[in-house]
Design a protein around this ligand. Structure first.
Ligand code: FES
Length: 136
C-alpha cells in the first residue's frame, strides 16, 4: 500500500494565508535557505519582505512564531546575532529566510512589516521602519 504524501502547512498571519505543500517536491526559489519560511512564501507568491535577498543580513523577514515552533530548524548563531537588531524582538521571533520548516507552523508578520505585505512587499531596507508602539 503506498504511503500518503506528507504535506506541511505554513500559515502567515494576520492575512491567514495558508500554504500547503509536499516538502519533497517544493522547488527552491533562490531566496533564503531551501524550505525556509521565506522559500515557502516565495513559492506561493506571498510577499514576505526580504530586503537582503534571504542572506541573513537584514531583519525585514522577521516573523513571530505562534504555533509549531518545534517544526522549525534550530536557530544558528548568525540568525540569533541578526535578530537582536530586529524591532520588536520576542522570545518567539525568527528570521523567515533562516528558519527551515519540517512540519505545520503558524507565524505572524509583525505589525511594522504589515504595510510592506499589503503593498506587495516592494520596499527596501532602510525605508524607515517605525519602532513598535506597544512598548511599556
Ligand atoms: Fe534579510 Fe532574512 S531576508 S535577514
Amino acid at each position: 500500500m503506498p504511503t500518503a504524501v506528507k504535506t506541511i502547512k505554513v500559515t502567515f498571519l494576520p492575512e491567514g494565508k495558508t500554504c500547503e505543500f509536499d516538502p519533497e517536491t517544493l522547488p527552491y526559489k533562490h531566496h533564503g535557505r531551501p524550505l525556509s519560511l521565506l522559500d515557502v512564501a516565495q513559492n506561493f507568491g506571498f510577499p514576505l519582505e526580504h530586503a537582503c535577498g534571504g542572506n541573513c543580513a537584514c531583519t525585514t523577514c522577521h516573523v513571530v512564531v505562534k504555533e509549531g515552533e518545534e517544526h522549525l530548524s534550530e536557530m544558528e548563531d548568525d540568525e540569533a546575532d541578526k535578530l537582536e537588531q530586529a524591532p520588536g524582538l520576542t522570545l518567539h521571533s525568527r528570521l523567515g529566510c533562516q528558519a527551515i520548516v519540517s512540519g505545520d507552523v503558524v507565524v505572524e508578520i509583525p505589525a511594522w512589516n504589515k504595510n510592506y505585505v499589503s503593498e506587495g512587499g516592494g520596499s527596501q531596507l532602510g525605508d524607515g521602519i517605525p519602532p513598535p508602539s506597544n512598548k511599556r
